[in-house]
Write a protein that binds this ligand. Structure first.
Ligand code: BGC
Length: 769
């Protein structure tokens, strides 16, 4: 970290400290000092974007607004085309490819500053929902198909924003994985899938740096709306994870004020004018006075926490923030293919280029819906090239629009013009992507296809000039089979935010070395997606048929071919992993160390990915491997950097449905040091000890399970049960050892053994409850 960073950090910390200090000061308002009506009023907004003030005691109605990749401060109420200009940072789909939480943290600081200037107390984001299916219309707003990566990157946004004394709202809690029927859909999800896939990103952020607010999702989970789901909001979030801040609804997600307050929801947004129902429910005893007071107290604490930032004037530096957006975009670009080192292009030299495709002139840099930002400025690729100012370069670069983004058939004139340019120049840089209308909140996509006329143009262009580079603009995964076949180089830029044009140009010409890695798999076909048959469901129900096998967890476990695997990304330099070693740091934690050696000729950053493979004799089915650590390091050409990655106990655990708890099974786990989920460089074994969390056992568990559970079997014997002379590891005896213990004991026809078994069952119940 540079000294400027340190300084900036300390300044940021200053804000945070004063915020915390002020909230804790004596004389803070207590919910118990308010009337029931006042308490109820705090649990809903005063309009679409404001908290309700209680002027009598000096509680202000501060503004809260979107998020998540920039400030979207509406000038009107719900349907508000006019929002104040703000920096549009790269949406999460791009930023996730940076594999660099520091990029997110710096972005968060900048967003926090913009909130301070605009007097916005809470910015609604980040959204860490899992990319379960690439057709999800909001895929561009979310981070990854992997919960570890999503949680460990998005945390940077929370830390950065909150360092400015501004709150975040981690959303949408939980499993908001489709737009189709999002207001009503009942998602049938196993607890294991929730715990291993849909909750951990939230859990990590909540436990590591508490977000000042959480936003519940619209959807139901196993029959209960998230806003009324006591198990989710109170039992898991508050009691298990220790979340002490406030939970708000998504906009319009509350259907029953009373049920939502009882479930632990502090704030309904926007208001539905039903505070009287809350007051009435308290009078009727349907909400306890204590529960309403608790919900209102949370709101008071939030207001007090954000007050210092709201009361201090601040002006942010528009250009400096554009620079933050540029740097984030740079780290997010993923180089997917680079045959014969076609890239980088020559910033200076003789080579000439045809830049084809309207995206170079009019960039697609964000998606549609509530995250849509009114940018402070936008730099296109053509502007970033600076052709107007550089006469030499102007001679070497020709632009052709190539196609339109509407549904009209391809214009022959545009094709001819593109082919003409393609023939004339050494290299073609063809900009392809999805039209705006394809990616938005509110609806899902129906296909992975890039518009057919664009693909057709690629085929024709590459037929006349095989030196074709494709630059992609898309907020979610697309079908790349034909692009892969016809392009010599592919640059995935996602949606880059307002400064993307500069980042793309600097990457194309090698001023910056690409270091992004895919945060999601590019499957070959839609049919390969693990929930293809059941997504997005029907008649208001969707079955999470894929369980824990989301993304690479499925593709890698079944060995399905993919277009580009999770974690994949090329560089203009090369890296070697040296002195790789793994050691236990405790019976159930480990450390991996290695030196990353830049063996090429250019400086660049590498991402070390660490996957954990379960032992071969797993008690339950598990994916072949799961990401449990990563580190991004910048290494100068010819130099090495030491990398240390620690694995905690959770890295080895699975969610045990019978134990209702995480469980680490003893065994040899393989640690894979990798460049992608399909490119494992070194595999190292570690022997992990059992956490001795016993399984509940009763008479219907098998004889083998009783004998393997030495403590349970011992109890049975001590109680006078007859021993069994069997070998539970002998396949030939499985027919007998697999039968319920009650049957095996019954066969002995021994009343004492039967009694001993029932006593042992009771003793175990008492011990293991
Ligand atoms: C979205 C949220 C957003 C809210 C406020 C909802 O429709 O799902 O992500 O924060 O609107 O605009």
């Amino acid at each position: 970290m540079s000294s400027t960073d340190n300084q900036e950090n300390e300044e940021n910390q200053g804000i945070q400290h004063s915020a915390v200090h002020s909230a804790g000061e004596a004389g803070s308002v207590k919910a118990s000092d308010l009337t029931i009506e006042e308490q109820a009023s705090l649990t809903s907004g005063s309009d679409a974007w404001h908290l309700t003030p209680v002027k009598r005691v000096g509680l202000e109605g501060f503004m809260i607004t979107d998020g998540p990749h920039g400030l979207r401060k509406a000038e009107g109420l719900i349907d508000h085309p006019n929002t104040v200009p703000a920096t549009c940072f790269p949406p999460a789909a791009a930023m996730a490819s940076s594999w660099n939480p520091e990029v997110a943290r710096k972005t968060g600081v900048a967003m926090g500053e913009e909130c301070r200037q605009e007097k916005v107390a809470v910015i609604l984001g980040p959204g860490v929902n899992i990319k379960r299916n690439p057709l999800d219309g909001r895929s561009f707003e979310f981070w990854s198909e992997d919960p570890f990566l999503a949680g460990h990157e998005a945390i940077g946004i929370v830390e950065g924003v909150q360092s400015q004394g501004i709150g975040t709202s981690l959303k949408h809690f939980t499993a908001n994985n489709q737009e189709t029927d999002r207001f009503q859909i009942d998602e049938r999800i196993s607890e294991r899938a929730l715990r291993e896939i849909y909750l951990p990103a939230f859990e990590h952020i909540v436990k590591t740096c508490e977000p000042w607010t959480m936003m519940c999702a619209y959807n139901k989970i196993n029959g209960h709306y998230s806003s009324e789901n006591k198990w989710l909001l109170t039992d898991v979030l508050r009691k298990e994870w220790g979340f002490a801040s406030i939970i708000m609804s998504d906009w319009g997600a509350v259907h029953d004020r009373v049920a939502s307050i009882n479930a632990g929801l502090n704030l309904e947004m926007p208001p539905s004018n039903t505070d009287n129902q809350v007051v009435e429910a308290v009078r009727m005893g349907k909400i306890s006075a204590g529960q309403l007071e608790k919900m209102a107290q949370g709101m008071i604490e939030l207001i007090e926490k954000v007050r210092p930032a709201m009361q201090t004037d601040f002006t942010y530096d528009v250009d400096a923030h554009d620079e933050v957006a540029y740097e984030a975009a740079l780290e997010s670009i993923v180089l997917l293919k680079n045959e014969s080192n076609l890239l980088p292009l020559q910033a200076e030299g003789e080579q000439t280029y045809a830049f084809i495709g309207g995206f170079a002139r009019t960039p697609r840099y964000q998606g549609g819906g509530s995250s849509h930002i009114n940018p402070t400025k936008v730099t296109s690729v053509l502007q970033a090239l600076g052709l107007e100012k550089n006469a030499e370069l102007k001679k070497r670069v020709e632009f052709a629009p190539g196609f339109t983004l509407d549904n009209e058939p391809q214009s022959q004139e545009l094709t001819d013009q593109a082919l003409e340019a393609a023939k004339k120049h050494d290299i073609v840089v063809l900009f392809l992507g999805l039209p705006d209308i394809d990616e938005s909140e509110g609806y899902d996509r129906t296909t992975l296809a890039i518009p057919a006329k664009q693909v057709e143009l690629l085929k024709q262009v590459s037929a006349v000039n095989k030196n074709t580079v494709v630059v992609l603009s898309n907020g979610s995964v697309v079908d790349l089979r034909e692009v892969k076949e016809h392009a010599q180089a592919i640059v995935e830029t996602w949606l880059m935010g307002q400064a993307g044009g500069r980042a793309v140009v600097d990457t194309l010409v090698g001023r910056s070395n690409p270091s992004g890695r895919l945060a999601e798999t590019f499957p070959l076909r839609l049919q390969d997606v693990p929930n293809y048959e059941t997504w997005p469901g029907g008649e208001h129900v969707t079955e999470y048929s894929d369980g824990i096998y989301v993304g690479y967890r499925h593709y890698d476990t079944v060995g399905a071919p993919v277009a580009f695997p999770f974690g994949f990304g090329l560089s203009y330099t090369s890296f070697a992993y040296e002195n790789v070693k793994a050691e236990l740091t405790s019976p159930r934690t480990a450390r991996v160390e290695l030196d990353v050696h830049n063996t090429g000729e250019r400086d660049g950053a590498d991402v070390v990915e660490l996957f954990v493979c379960p032992p071969s004799d797993c008690a339950v089915d598990r994916p072949v491997h799961e990401l449990k650590g990563f580190a991004k390091v910048f290494v100068k050409a010819g130099e090495s950097k030491h990398v240390v990655i620690d694995l905690d106990e959770r890295s080895f655990a699975y969610w045990s449905e019978v134990r209702h708890d995480w469980h680490v099974q003893a065994g040899t786990y393989q640690l894979e040091v990798a460049r992608s989920s399909r490119d494992v460089v070194v595999t190292l074994p570690v022997d992990i000890a059992d956490d001795d969390k016993s399984m509940p056992l009763d008479e219907m568990n098998s004889l083998a399970e009783w004998i393997r559970d030495s403590h349970a079997y011992e109890l049975y014997l001590k109680n006078g049960g007859k021993p069994f002379d069997v070998d539970v590891d002998d396949k030939a005896q499985e027919m007998f050892t697999a039968m319920p213990f009650a049957n095996a004991v019954g066969f002995t026809q021994d009343a004492t053994s039967r009694e001993a078994m029932y006593q042992a069952v009771e003793q175990l119940k008492a011990e293991r409850q």
